[in-house]
Design a protein around this ligand. Structure first.
Ligand SMILES: [Ca+2]
Ligand SMILES: [Ca+2]
Ligand SMILES: [Ca+2]
Length: 167
């Protein structure tokens, strides 16, 4: 399970409604991420909770989590699971995905536009042909997305769908 794309700084709606993170199941079996944790290095964290119903990803499936699942408020992002209390800093920040026992499954630590893309309104997208937990440590393997996911929203990204191939 890895992070493949994220919107840290949406332009069309407020950050408090329009941030999202795309996860991707790299494993050849189904994975239930209910109870897993999103965290950063400064102690902020949120448990992905679905009331015991599970949050299951099939092999090769993308799954979008974000701070609002209301498409009338979040810029028409197809958020499959909403969390609250976890913020993606617009400068440098981290996205750490952990199992309930604290085991770190993936970690992405982005910077403020030095080695990482940093453009408002454009998601940061891992190149399509390198979907693994090591490649996504390297800002050079990410690029600002260029395609829109919804005609009503000028922001770009592919939430829930295959990423672009970075140039
Ligand atoms: Ca933000
Ligand atoms: Ca990683
Ligand atoms: Ca995508």
């Amino acid at each position: 399970m890895i992070v493949t794309e994220f919107m840290k700084d949406p332009s069309s709606v407020a950050d408090t409604r329009g941030e999202w993170i795309e996860l991707y199941n790299t494993l050849p079996w189904r994975v239930n991420i209910e109870g897993w944790v999103l965290a950063d290095d400064s102690g902020s964290q949120v448990v992905l909770s679905n009331g015991g119903l599970g949050l299951r990803l099939a092999p090769g499936q993308y799954f979008v989590v974000g701070n609002s699942a209301d498409t009338t408020l979040n810029g028409s992002v197809p958020v499959q699971h909403a969390y609250s209390g976890f913020v993606l800093g617009n400068g440098a920040d981290q996205i750490v995905l952990q199992k309930p026992n604290g085991l770190v499954v993936d970690r992405v630590a982005y910077d403020d536009g030095v080695a990482w893309p940093d453009l408002a309104g454009r998601s940061i997208s891992l190149t399509r042909n390198l979907h693994d937990a090591f490649s996504n440590d390297d800002g050079a393997q990410w690029c600002p997305s260029t395609t829109s996911w919804n005609a009503s929203n000028p922001d770009t990204g592919t939430p829930g769908f295959e990423n672009e191939l970075c140039p």
